[in-house]
Design a binder for this molecule. Sequence first.
Ligand SMILES: C[S@@+](CC[C@H](N)C(=O)[O-])C[C@H]1O[C@@H](n2cnc3c(N)ncnc32)[C@H](O)[C@@H]1O
Length: 285
Amino acid sequence: MASKRSDAVLEDREFKAGQRAMWALGDYHEFARRSLWEFGERLVEACGIGPGQRVLDVAAGTGNVAIRAALAGADVVASDLTPENFEAGRREAAAHGVRLEWVEADAEALPFADSAFDVVTSSFGAVFAPNHQVVADELLRVSRPGGTIGLMAPAVPARNAGFSQMLAGLPSTFGGVSPLRWGDEEYVAKLFGESVESLEMSRRRTELAGFADETQLRDFLRAHHPVAVELYSEAADDPEAVAMLDDMLLSVINLCYARGEGEAGSFVQEAVLVVAQTRSVTLAS
Ligand SMILES: C[S@@+](CC[C@H](N)C(=O)[O-])C[C@H]1O[C@@H](n2cnc3c(N)ncnc32)[C@H](O)[C@@H]1O
């Protein structure tokens, strides 16, 4: 009879294979370029990334952080569970005249040596791995003493702050633990524990331009966002299910995006920026 441990290993392997297949759907790069791209630049600035530093970007997608870090002069490794998206990342990097190393890796089992990096980043990425403590431990392990860990975590707009805690408590499609929990300072402080010297969390906003209304944004997400593409493909033969998904996606848009104040017809997306400095000296246990 299989042991509980081997059951758990098998379950984790199947879950990660499912996540990988999902993130390879649609056109992730197109989605990222029009929505999350600017967060990459903000994260690189917030972590003070510059020439000569060795940087690991975890769950890098098509490289919005990694490419900016390379443009800032760092020596960069971009890692992700879904190597299907690396080709788009390589093309984007080449268009900007930079080269980086692309490595397939699970954020919960990074194939890198202890203390290998000066800065470890992850934008809307590592937060999707289900075992938050394992992820935090891995980010700390590969980061050198006195190094920097920088994350962008999804957040609902301030006007929906009341829903934020409720949503963070709901089981999510990402292994039963909501990625929104990474926006809670007390929770993140516990994950990093005594291994960090400082922890700063603040909000950042970027604008998605060019969507006249919620319906246009919904149709864009439906066509490009891997999670939406997967849900719609499962419902493809059932017009009622498709109509339900359409309504649900509009509700998600209303909850997760605010209307932009600048260009007419644009939306604002918010994130929580997390910057932690790891201890320069390991505490005696
Ligand atoms: C929303 S995308 C973010 C990608 C990129 N950082 C960006 O900002 O555009 C989420 C990424 O997390 C990756 N991912 C999900 N679970 C992961 C895991 N356990 N380990 C590593 N990457 C993971 C997915 O493959 C996907 O590329």
